[in-house]
Ligand binder design. Structure first.
Ligand SMILES: Cc1cc2nc3c(=O)[nH]c(=O)nc-3n(C[C@H](O)[C@H](O)[C@H](O)COP(=O)(O)OP(=O)(O)OC[C@H]3O[C@@H](n4cnc5c(N)ncnc54)[C@H](O)[C@@H]3O)c2cc1C
Length: 450
């Protein structure tokens, strides 16, 4: 809890910056898409910032940091607030620092982009494409999501079928970070060291710039395919995913009835499974041939360049956008985030599909994990209660399917289910007073108590 005097002192010191104190806006800036989870919605309902600051440059950022340190006020970072497990919700109030004004692409050269943390991902692509490059990985929220938010809260998405996750070595080359201290230090972290801040929910350093390795920009073709049989669609994706000569950006499976639930009912007849794919144009003939081989049909094709950045791209129905569209129509559902092991992904998908039937509807995203082709699931679950949801999660875990639980808000419980000693060491180094969103990193709190 932040005391009134602490807050008043902070506001008076930062009064020349862009501040938000209006209760309605404080509420809005304390939320992300955690409402996807009925459990998080309840748990985070009363968590709110006392002040939002929107710095314009690094000098202002340092002033905010120093003031928070001086008055021992918690500081939580925010990009665009599209995270889906309350990552940017301040658990103990204090200041939310909105990074969106730091939105400059510093430079793009030789397949590398250096950008400020608040740069929207779509804008990196806009500048990179004319130079023959594009982002390797994009979340389906790329139109809003920031570079810093993606690195600290995201995982991958469009492009993961070729480039894996954003945390795979070589995808991000370095970050510039500030420490939360009386006099904030500036650090340029490269390679493995930069990864210690990856997916740490902003609790172990404040990122101001990121350097992304880019991909060659292709002319892409989007195709919506339909299959009479779910498992044939999965096998098609497995074969296409493994076809080294086919250049791919997206490969998504939506089992019946998901296409009907997420707004694709005009293109996908009831009873059929949909596959959403984006492949390089020269790879399209091979994709069509394979599709026919597995009994599929083409429902729609469109040029990616014509729809990129609009609601008409198939990206808008992939990754967690599928879930979003379904939520808009059906409040009785929730979701899972799962990972299948590469050597048994098809068998395990089939096992879970047959076991749960319509209670856990299969949405799969094909991707590379440690270089091997596999799939992750963003299964849509018909929600009854928390106990049943936990039983569903446990069943998956008991059968070797990893669940990154999207219904918990601490760093450790949501991800690897274990303490990352490197992330913890980075927190000791860059946030020794433990003021970056206290409560988020369970291992830090436990260490403080011990
Ligand atoms: C409909 C929907 C679809 C999605 N699809 C995907 C997807 O395909 N792939 C995917 O990976 N994710 C996905 N997400 C999650 C989220 O959209 C992405 O991770 C996105 O990149 C987050 O960016 P943001 O700017 O909104 O970050 P925010 O939500 O604002 O922040 C995310 C985390 O990063 C921290 N943070 C932000 N800026 C900084 C900084 N400068 N320094 C340190 N920490 C910082 C915040 O404190 C927070 O913990 C989806 C979410 C929704 C709701």
């Amino acid at each position: 809890m932040v005391e009134k005097q602490q807050l008043a002192a902070l506001i008076s010191e930062l009064s020349d910056l862009s501040l938000i104190t209006d209760p309605g806006r404080l509420e809005r800036f304390s939320r992300d898409f955690a409402w996807f989870s009925p459990i998080l919605t309840e748990q985070l309902a009363d968590k709110r910032a006392d002040l939002v600051v929107r710095p314009n440059d690094e000098t202002e950022i340092k002033r905010v940091i120093a003031a928070c340190h001086r008055h021992r006020v918690p500081l939580t970072l925010r990009g665009s607030g599209t995270g889906n497990y309350g990552q940017c919700t301040p658990l103990e109030g204090g200041v939310v620092m909105d990074m969106s004004a730091l939105n400059q692409v510093r430079w793009i050269e030789g397949g590398v982009a250096r950008v400020q943390a608040g740069t929207r991902l779509v804008n990196i692509d806009k500048e990179a494409r004319p130079k023959g490059w594009e982002m390797r990985l994009l979340p389906s929220t790329y139109r809003l999501a920031t570079a810093g938010g993606f690195y600290c809260g995201g995982f991958g998405g469009v492009g993961s079928i070729t480039y894996g996750s954003i945390g795979d070595p070589g995808n991000v080359l370095g970050v510039r970070a500030l420490s939360l201290e009386a006099e904030p230090r500036e650090l340029e972290l490269r390679g493995r060291e930069a990864l210690d801040l990856y997916h740490a929910y902003g609790v172990n350093g404040i990122i101001t710039e990121i350097e992304f390795a880019l991909a060659p920009a292709y002319d892409w073709q989007e195709a919506l395919l339909t299959f009479p049989d779910f498992m044939e669609a999965v096998r098609f994706c497995q074969t296409l995913g493994r076809a080294s000569g086919v250049i791919k950006k997206l490969l998504t499976v939506l089992a019946d009835p998901l296409p009907q639930m997420c707004g694709l009912e005009e293109q996908v007849p009831a009873g059929r499974t949909a596959v959403l794919c984006i492949v390089a144009k020269p790879s399209f003939d091979a994709t069509r041939e394979l599709c026919e081989q597995y009994g599929g049909a083409i429902a729609l094709t469109q040029e990616h360049a014509d729809v990129y950045g609009t609601a008409h791209s198939l990206i808008e129905h992939a990754w967690n956008h599928t879930t979003l569209h379904i939520f808009k129509r059906d409040k009785g559902i929730t979701y899972l985030q799962s990972g299948f092991r590469p050597w048994e992904n098809v068998e395990k998908v089939e096992q879970m599909y047959r076991h749960f039937g319509d209670e856990v509807m299969m949405h799969l995203e094909f991707l590379r994990a440690d270089g091997a082709l596999t799939c992750s699931g963003l299964q849509v679950v018909r929600y009854t209660d928390e106990q049943r949801l936990n039983a569903i999660i446990q069943f998956h875990r008991d059968h070797g399917v990893h669940i990154a639980n999207p219904h918990v808000y601490t760093l450790e419980e949501g991800g690897k289910l274990e303490v990352d000693p490197r992330q913890l060491a980075m927190k000791r180094r860059l946030d020794p007073a433990g003021l970056l969103n206290p409560g988020k990193m369970r291992s830090w709190e436990e260490e403080a108590v011990a």
